[in-house]
Structure formats: C-alpha cells, structure tokens
Design a protein around this ligand. Structure first.
Ligand SMILES: [Zn+2]
Length: 155
C-alpha cells in the first residue's frame, strides 16, 4: 500500500503533458546520470526526429513494469522490452536495469521516436521510421570517430 501511495505523485506528474498541446521544442530527461542525459540529447539532436518526446524517463525495472501496468501496456517479460512510449503524453520510459551502452540507447531510442513520429503503436511503423533515424545516428558516430582521428593525428 505504501508503495502505491508513493507512486501516485510519480505518475500524476506526467498528466499535464496530455493537456499541453502547444508546440514544444524542449523535453526533459529524468532519472539519468548527467553523462547519460548528455548522450540522449546528442543522439536526439543527430536523429532530428519529426516529433520530440515530452519527457524521457529512466526508471528501475520494477518501476518500469509498474508504469507499463498503469498505462495498460503489454510488456513482454523476456528480453524484448527495454523502452516503451506512452503516446498520449509523449513519454518514453527506459528500463535503466537493461541499459547496455550508447549503441543500445541510440538503437532503441530511434525505435521509440519512430512510434512518436508515426503516432502509431505498431512495431512495424516504428521500425520503418527508426531506419532513417539510425542512419543519421551512424553519421554521428562516424563523424565523432573522424574527429578523434584528427586529434590524434595533430599531436
Ligand atoms: Zn515498439
């Protein structure tokens, strides 16, 4: 019971997003370390998504499952689920316990941004939009490794 009481303000905090339909070019990143937040922002900038999330929330696994339940989403219990997007509030939930590096983050963020871009819960629609985003991400990683090479070369 205590747990439920504590979680009410946690999820109520998300509610205003549904009412705010104004154009937003900003989003918040919650629950992430400053390093991870910087990675998220760099990756999203590189992907130039059609629709930005309202917020990205890193949560421990148990909270992730709870959020999915609150939103009545079916989340497979196997390895398949790492992130999900609640479309009406444009909230992306990231299962922090599954975090597996920048490549992992970019790959699955592209998928979630695909859901937002197509405003569709269909995995096929999300993946189709994600393809373009992943291409843009690849450019980001190629240009940053080129930068590193230049730096090494100039020494
Ligand atoms: Zn999906």
């Amino acid at each position: 019971m205590k747990l439920a009481i504590w979680l009410v303000p946690f999820f109520l905090a998300i509610a205003p997003a549904a009412q705010t339909q104004a154009i937003n070019d900003t989003y918040t990143v919650q629950g992430a370390t400053p390093e991870r937040e910087a990675v998220v922002r760099r990756q999203i900038q590189a992907m130039q998504p059609l629709v930005l999330p309202y917020r990205i929330r890193f949560v421990p696994h148990w909270q992730y499952l709870y959020a999915a339940k609150v939103y009545r989403l079916h989340v497979p219990t196997g390895m398949g689920s790492k992130m999900f997007t609640h479309l009406p509030t444009r909230s992306v939930f990231v299962d922090e316990d599954r975090y597996d590096g920048e490549g992992w983050l970019g790959h699955w963020l592209a998928h979630e941004l695909g859901h937002l871009a197509t405003n569709s819960a269909s995995e096929e629609d999300a993946e189709r939009a994600a393809l373009e985003y992943r291409k843009r991400l690849q450019k980001l990683s190629t240009s940053s490794s080129a930068e590193k090479k230049t730096l090494v070369g100039s020494r």
